[in-house]
Ligand binder design. Structure first.
Ligand SMILES: [Mn+2]
Length: 511
């Protein structure tokens, strides 16, 4: 997430862009170049077609081929950047946008794409610089004006929130709440805690209430958040469980605010109970517009079955992501900014990894940017904070596997990608069998990679209403600990679009 170009850098590289143009002009005299460029154009058209039908991976492949034939054409990078944005490869999107601008400093879309990449990465100031550039070049462009103003508003808002956060350092929202004093109005007919406790009846009533698109009373949410914070804060950063030979646990991946699909998991696989334990591997919120319903339901089951129902933190249980991808907006719309603050406090206490029978390690993202990390190091992570830009805590939430050996820089622009050799060494050093992680959408809902040592599970089918993927969950049995995969399709949900509450800049069709 380093060396981002400033606006002035952009203008200094204009020269090299012109040089490339001059070279192109010179080369254009020869026939081979002309036919190469013609083929490149055809490949771009084909890629655009794949993009239109939302096959972003193929679109990227074709743009890449076009770039191979004509490596100095800004628009190919600009288009591929957008395809990367759609597949959440913000690191690659940023690199392509920067390259496009480098090749052609007047290519406005390049600035839009770079701004969008930076926005997605939570780098608001960097994004603002690019919107500023667009506004300067096109002072009468209303769309550019609006994006510039929206982004400056966000930068100011964030600065303000940081200032407030400093003042309130180490103080919990809980201290400024009078939960007991909150009254539940007579008109409210929804579920309520029994003597302040979550019961199975409460949970059943709650899930039905949510299916009917009703809102749990804020007092109940606050009560649950305070209790769940207490439970989570007593857990280690690495939670260890053991399964008897006859026992089984279900591991689910990202759910991302897709409440109706979560209900379908419980329908297919049974409600959580002492005898039906679950592990939810992070990214419960953001994107899907029923994130409140998902997280309150999951927290409810955590309160009901603290020893059998497990939750791990994902990269979306963080302030930066929640601000951009909808959860903060959703909580503010349904409740209040103060309640979001409390959610944020609770998220900071979510454990970062789990180990089953000392053999299977589970985390949201994956392994580490450096060799030699031990389970003891994971245990000792001080997790009660927003994740840093690098290091083991960041890697656990953000990294991805890659097919080739070694490590490379992240397609997302955060943490790294790790190869099969990295996984094998880590497992050997720590006496483990394999890892289960989530974090990436997969067409089949799961994927086995690194010669069976790295398993991905993703439980948000037809992710964002548009990816067409299946969802999956895994059964782990105490007898052999082999992953058994179960796939499922998306179910209908009420007509509330994903990203409804996301930052408006992300909704403007940029990504
Ligand atoms: Mn994730």
């Amino acid at each position: 997430m380093s060396q981002r170009r400033s606006v002035s850098d952009v203008f200094t590289v204009t020269g090299s862009g012109n040089m490339a143009e001059a070279e192109r002009a010179e080369e254009a005299g020869g026939e081979p170049t002309i036919s190469r460029e013609k083929t490149a154009e055809e490949l771009k058209e084909q890629a655009n077609e794949y993009f239109r039908v939302k096959d972003y991976d193929r679109a990227v492949q074709y743009y890449t081929q076009a770039i191979g034939l004509s490596p100095d054409t800004a628009i190919y990078y600009g288009n591929r950047s957008l395809a990367y944005l759609r597949t959440e490869c913000y690191g690659y999107a940023l690199a392509d946008a920067s390259r496009a601008i480098q090749l052609d400093a007047k290519y406005i879309k390049g600035y839009y794409r770079r701004a969008a990449s930076n926005m997605a990465l939570g780098k608001l100031k960097a994004a603002l610089k690019d919107y500023e550039t667009v506004v300067k070049v096109r002072p009468h462009d209303k769309d550019a004006q609006m994006k510039f103003q929206e982004c400056s508003k966000l930068v100011r808002q964030k600065a303000f929130e940081r200032a407030i956060a400093c003042e309130q350092h180490n103080r919990s929202v809980v201290d400024s709440l009078d939960i007991e004093g909150m009254t539940i109005e007579d008109e409210y007919t929804g579920p309520q805690l029994k003597d302040g406790n979550v019961t199975i009846d409460f949970m059943l009533e709650l899930m039905q209430f949510y299916k009917d698109q009703k809102k749990l009373h804020r007092k109940c949410v606050y009560q649950m958040l305070v209790q769940v914070k207490d439970i989570l804060s007593k857990l280690p950063s690495l939670v260890e469980i053991s399964l008897e030979k006859s026992q089984q646990v279900t591991v689910c991946g990202d759910t991302h605010g897709q409440f109706y699909d979560l209900m379908n998991i419980f329908h297919l696989n049974g409600l959580p109970s002492e005898n039906n334990p679950y592990i939810f591997n992070g990214d419960f919120v953001d994107r899907g517009s029923f994130s409140v319903e998902v997280i309150v339901t999951l927290f409810g089951f955590k309160l009901l079955y603290p020893a059998q129902f497990h939750l791990l933190r994902g990269n979306h249980e963080t302030d930066t992501m929640n601000q951009m991808y909808g959860f903060e907006g959703e909580v503010k719309a349904k409740y209040s900014a103060q309640m979001f603050q409390l959610f944020s406090e609770v998220f900071q206490w979510l454990p970062l990894a789990m180990c089953v029978n000392q053999r299977v390690l589970i985390m949201h993202g994956g392994l580490f940017s450096e060799d030699g990390v031990t389970l003891d190091q994971i245990r000792s992570i001080e997790r009660n904070r927003q994740p840093p830009d690098s290091g083991p805590m960041c890697d656990l939430l953000w990294s991805d596997p890659q097919p080739q050996d070694g490590r490379s820089s992240s397609k997302r622009g955060v943490s790294c990608q790790f190869g099969p050799d990295v996984t094998r060494r880590f497992l050997e050093e720590n006496g483990l069998d394999y890892i289960i992680r989530s974090h990436e959408v997969k067409p089949e809902g799961y994927e086995v990679s690194h010669n069976g040592l790295c398993v991905t599970v993703f439980s948000a089918p037809n992710y964002c209403d548009q990816m067409g993927n299946k969802g999956a969950y895994i059964h782990l049995n105490g007898s052999d600990l082999k992953p058994k995969f179960h796939q499922f399709e998306a179910v209908p949900h009420p007509n509330v679009k994903p990203m409804m509450y996301a930052n408006s800049l992300l909704q403007m069709g940029m990504m």
